[in-house]
Design a protein around this ligand. Sequence first.
Ligand code: G3P
Ligand code: CA
Length: 276
Amino acid sequence: MTHARQQRHIQVVAHRGASEAAPEHTLAAYRKAIEDGADALECDVRLTADGHLVCVHDRRVNRTSNGRGAVSALELADLAALDFGSVRTRAAWRGRDEEPDWEVRPEDPEDTSVLTLERLLELVSDAGRRVELAIETKHPTRWAGQVEERLLALLKRFGLDAPESPEESPVRVMSFSARSLHRVRAASPALPTVYLMQFVSPRLRDGRLPAGVRIAGPSMRIVRGHPAYVERLKNAGHQVHVWTVNDPEDVDLCARLGVDAIITNRPLAVLRQLGR
Ligand code: G3P
Ligand code: CA
């Protein structure tokens, strides 16, 4: 394994929790990430049919649970009856028989039941140290603002919706949708927002981001293919948070380029590689 001794602090963010060690988006995965020393936790949020924000990546629950159906068509009680500890690998999802071999084997049913954002916020509040949360809004256009509205209402209950400054905020909101981020900033101007990118649109190639966004979230594929783009973003005054960085060589490249955050399924391995 390569050893990238960092010159400066790079935040290590657990993608869907420590999702290589435990089923993604479960309490088990987030507890493991906190134990591992992750600086922050990443989660995707979707609205249930009865208006609860739950941490589920896919539109449907088919891959990550023993149930079927779209999150938006199911109520929280329906989701609570499912087991999210039976998440299948991509190969199994495509019909090949491959079972994941989790390092963490949860025994408490709560550890693998559907995770509400509220429960995750409680976990972070009780962590005993600062653990940041990077919350990604999924399919915000479908719900025309309801995801952001519910999100901000929930953050308000935890006293997290109106930080004194973006730098102080332990929570940030990420999205591939500039419109979703705009809605968040309009309601809560000091909450930091991260514009996620799977590709760089021509109008943003010079390092600009949608108005008001301070943090860029390029994929590792973008960074590998166009390392100079990171410099451009930094020169434009933006932070750079890269996803999903699991390969040691990619961690090294991110460290050399001076990114601000590495979003990874393997927080412990990345922390070790960074000498922490
Ligand atoms: O952290 C950003 C990353 O999670 C975006 O991709 O598909 O894993 O939500 P995805
Ligand atoms: Ca995500």
